[in-house]
Design a protein around this ligand. Structure first.
Ligand SMILES: NC(=O)C1=CN([C@@H]2O[C@H](COP(=O)(O)OP(=O)(O)OC[C@H]3O[C@@H](n4cnc5c(N)ncnc54)[C@H](O)[C@@H]3O)[C@@H](O)[C@H]2O)C=CC1
Ligand SMILES: O=P(O)(O)OC[C@H]1O[C@](O)(CO)[C@@H](O)[C@@H]1O
Length: 382
């Protein structure tokens, strides 16, 4: 069985590539980082090490890689022959891989499924839209008849790597890869470890608005407190309390919206906070907080749960508002999106920035609460 995976980065090698290998796939990674591509082709394998006491290790074999910037034809050929196509490149990069995916799909006659594994709602659906934009109108129906784009939720913490072995990836032991079964075309890809679900929405929202909201809160509050890593941030009792209070808010609306069992959801929250504090992982605040404009978007981990809470519960979520305020105050100079947010705030004020980046209604109580929390953090810290 053959797999094509876009993005040979942390999650690509440390999670998706690893499960594909364990399920018997030969994986062709597609990336634009020539160092990683060359190393994969030179070694033909890489190590995945579990971040726990045992340091259990797996060698992922049967891998090769293509640099899509240098050899797009080889990528098209690989997609034409693949049994599954996956991607973990980042939500903003998906539109950039769509052209090659479209070309590869047009060459096929057999069914295939394309699964985007990104931290976002509707990643594969977005990729599908972008692929269709790159497909001639008279071929779209044909391509769609033999291509599935099931949405997915992926959960495994893979921090930035600083290993001497440049291909080795240290990953947390926990993982979850949920894929929407009802959107599969042809046979279900034989990947052990995928949880097939009829409707992804509850899974992705529960994951994004618990794991990723919580992580972002730890990162943005931690940044205000001068912490460098997530576990360091969590040693600060006040940050831990704010994190718990924020996840109580997202939990309240998730339980209301999807009917999850409240006690089970509380256990889920506790487990996730425990994962953040894994002493075998050093996770930089600047990795978890990266790209604040994306994270402040209306469908992402801070604003979406805050707006949904306000609508469903009929109250203003104070801690989510504080988290959005902390994201607006994230002024890491090496992060281009943080620089852009700070530029907007200093030129036009925080209200203009909230409007521009969150698309929230200026007249909503949530909007006013974010402004007030922003000023409070500025005056007295978190
Ligand atoms: N690291 C983690 O713990 C998790 C990450 N994710 C999601 O997975 C996605 C990837 O994240 P990471 O692996 O952490 O990032 P990463 O930066 O380690 O990997 C991304 C890879 O994509 C490559 N890339 C960039 N442009 C490309 C293009 N045009 N074509 C092909 N490859 C390209 C990069 O060179 C890099 O190797 C993101 O959406 C992230 O939110 C989801 C769950 C866990
Ligand atoms: O990858 P993003 O969306 O920038 O956000 C970082 C987040 O993704 C993860 O890497 C994995 O879910 C988390 O560690 C963190 O919440």
């Amino acid at each position: 069985m053959k797999a094509v995976h876009f993005g040979a980065g942390n999650i690509g090698r440390g999670f998706i590539g690893s499960l594909l290998y364990q399920s018997g796939f030969e994986t062709c990674f597609v990336d634009v980082n020539s160092e990683v591509v060359d190393l994969i082709n030179e070694k033909g394998e890489y190590r995945v090490v579990l971040a726990e006491e045992s340091h259990e290790e797996l060698t992922v074999k049967q891998v090769r890689a293509i640099n899509s910037a240098n050899d797009p034809d080889a990528v098209i050929e690989a997609i034409a022959e693949a049994d599954i196509v996956t991607a973990a490149v980042g939500p903003t990069i998906l539109p950039h891989i769509a052209g090659l995916v479209a070309e590869g799909l047009r060459k096929r006659t057999k069914p295939v499924n394309v699964i985007a594994c990104e931290n976002m709602v509707g990643g594969s659906t977005l990729l599908k839209e972008k692929v269709l934009e790159k497909t001639p109108a008279n071929e779209q129906e044909e391509v769609l008849s033999r291509t599935g784009f099931p949405d997915a939720a992926v959960d495994r913490i893979v921090p930035n790597q600083s290993n001497e072995d440049k291909l080795m990836v240290v990953v947390e032991p926990f993982y979850e890869w949920a894929v929407e079964e009802t959107k599969i075309v042809g046979e279900k890809p034989a990947v052990d470890g995928i949880t097939w679900v009829p409707d992804l929405k509850p899974y992705i929202e529960r994951k994004l608005f618990t794991v990723n909201t919580g992580h972002a809160v730890a990162a943005y509050f931690g940044w205000q407190a001068g912490a460098k890593t997530i576990d360091e941030a969590l040693q600060n009792e006040s940050i831990k309390q704010s994190l718990e209070a924020t996840l109580k808010e997202t939990g309240r609306f998730l339980v209301e919206k999807y009917g999850f069992d409240a006690d089970e959801h509380n256990l889920y929250i506790g487990k996730i906070i425990g994962r953040f504090a894994n002493p075998h992982i050093t996770d930089d605040i600047t990795r978890v907080g990266r790209a604040p404009i994306r994270k402040l978007g209306g469908n992402d981990r801070l604003v979406s749960p805050a707006a949904q809470y306000e609508k469903l519960i009929g109250e203003t979520p104070v801690y989510l508002a504080k988290s959005i305020a902390a994201a607006l105050l994230y002024d890491y100079a090496q992060d281009p999106e943080a620089v852009e947010v700070q530029g907007e705030i200093s030129q036009n004020g925080v209200e203009a920035a909230i409007k521009k980046f969150t698309q929230l209604d200026e007249s909503s109580p949530l909007f006013a609460e974010i402004v007030s929390q922003y000023k409070a953090i500025q005056e007295s810290g978190i």
